[in-house]
Write a protein that binds this ligand. Structure first.
Ligand SMILES: *Cc1c(COP(=O)(O)O)cnc(C)c1O
Length: 395
């Protein structure tokens, strides 16, 4: 019963307490309601629920108590009035655009967005009259210059994948608002444990809950957070079009949120230790990690994030052969492109996540054959260093 909690609780408390609605059985742990529909006392109540005159559950495409608990807890952590959960991170992006934009509108997006988001904007939404201009993520003048009278949405991701470029959220929010547009931030890499974009002026936060919010690589999910007048529009789209989250997935994520801060802090501490160590290795040409003083936007990282996060990218001296040698000599890390798990993963972006981009475009965006990305997990950092040292000694 979240409304009975005192105000101004610390996020650590909200993570385990916010959003709880108990049934008549007064279960302590949050219940998983596996039901697609709900029954009514009478024909009159059914009519009142359907018309909206009476609040309450009707059908799980509209609402489900487990999903509501997850939404309320995530809203408490993001500091948002509203939150709507979706079936995946991508359906969160899609639902937000469908709910808040219309044919003829224009989007300004930072370059280097998650690949599927880029595809959605470029190849799918474009067919429905939504045009997107991509700008250099760190060039504030470029955001300003891209504005047209039809610009309705700015869409950014910070830090970016895999080069950990930061976008100044407050500065882009000011540009968006001066243009009469909304700013949406994909907060997947930081999660609310490290960064709260709404407090920096953003209007909407997008989540792939599949990553750190679940945190253990089990389920897909997503969310859109923001002012209720915006999330109400997302809800209207969702209840009609149907990309809603399954109650089971929502329950897994709800329980995942309880350990989010602990995991993020421990994984970020591991990442900082690993990044610092990598920077000192003679076979390593360059390390990309916002928590390092050598990162060109370290000061911005310190001002808008609680830490550098848990994603570390680096270039080995050499090219694809040297990079692959390192990947293939790991024994602990998982070779997979996923991230946000307690298990450390290693990937070679140029031949996996960014493999479909032309070599010229890839090179231009700084994703070289020598680049590797590590999403640092909860293992002992000494074991992770040893896992990389094995490969480094071979190149
Ligand atoms: C994974 C990811 C998404 C998409 O989320 P899904 O849950 O896989 O649909 C969006 N943005 C970022 C930054 C991601 O890493």
């Amino acid at each position: 019963m979240s409304h009975e909690l005192p105000h101004d609780l610390d996020p650590a408390t909200l993570a385990v307490r916010a959003g709880i609605e108990r049934s008549q059985f007064m279960e302590h742990s949050e219940a998983l309601y596996l039901t697609s529909s709900f029954v009514f006392d009478s024909a009159a109540q059914a009519a009142a629920r359907f018309s909206g005159a009476e609040e309450g559950n009707v059908y799980a495409r509209f609402t489900n108590p487990t999903v509501t608990m997850m939404q309320d807890r995530l809203a408490a952590l993001e500091g948002s009035e509203g939150c709507i959960a979706t079936s995946s991170g991508m359906s969160a992006v899609l639902s937000m655009c469908m709910a808040l934009l219309q044919a003829g509108d224009h989007i300004v997006a930072s370059r280097g967005l998650f690949g599927s988001t880029q595809q959605l904007f470029t190849n799918i939404l474009s067919r429905f009259g939504l045009e997107t201009t991509f700008v250099d993520a760190t060039d504030l003048a470029a955001y300003q210059a891209a504005v047209t009278p039809r610009t309705k949405l700015f869409y950014i991701e910070t830090p970016s994948n895999p080069l950990t470029q930061l976008v100044d959220i407050r500065a882009v929010a000011d540009i968006a608002h001066a243009a009469g547009a909304l700013l949406a931030v994909d907060n997947c890499f930081c999660s609310p444990a490290l960064q709260q974009p709404l407090k920096l002026g953003a209007d909407l936060v997008i989540h792939s809950a599949t990553k750190y919010l679940d945190g253990q690589g089990r389920v897909l999910g997503g969310a859109v957070c923001g002012a209720r007048k915006l999330t109400d529009e997302v809800f209207k789209f969702l209840r009609t079009a149907g990309p809603c989250i399954s109650p089971f997935n929502a329950w897994v994520i709800l329980k995942g949120l309880e350990t989010l801060q602990l995991r993020m802090d421990a994984q970020a501490a591991n990442a900082l230790a690993l990044a610092t160590w990598l920077e000192a290795q003679p076979q390593v040409a360059r390390v990309y990690y916002p928590g390092l003083p050598s990162h060109p936007q370290h000061a911005l990282a310190l001002s808008q994030q609680r830490s550098g996060g848990a994603i570390v990218s680096f270039e080995v001296k050499g090219g694809r052969e040297e990079a692959w040698t390192l990947v293939d000599s790991t024994r602990v890390m998982s070779i997979t492109a996923n991230l946000g798990d307690t298990k450390t993963t290693i990937t070679h972006p140029a031949t996996t996540t960014h493999g479909r981009i032309s070599p010229e475009a890839r090179e231009a965006s700084g994703i070289r054959e020598s680049l590797l990305r590590i999403a640092v997990g909860l293992e002992s950092v000494e074991d992770l260093k040893a896992d990389l040292a094995r490969g480094l000694s071979q190149i």
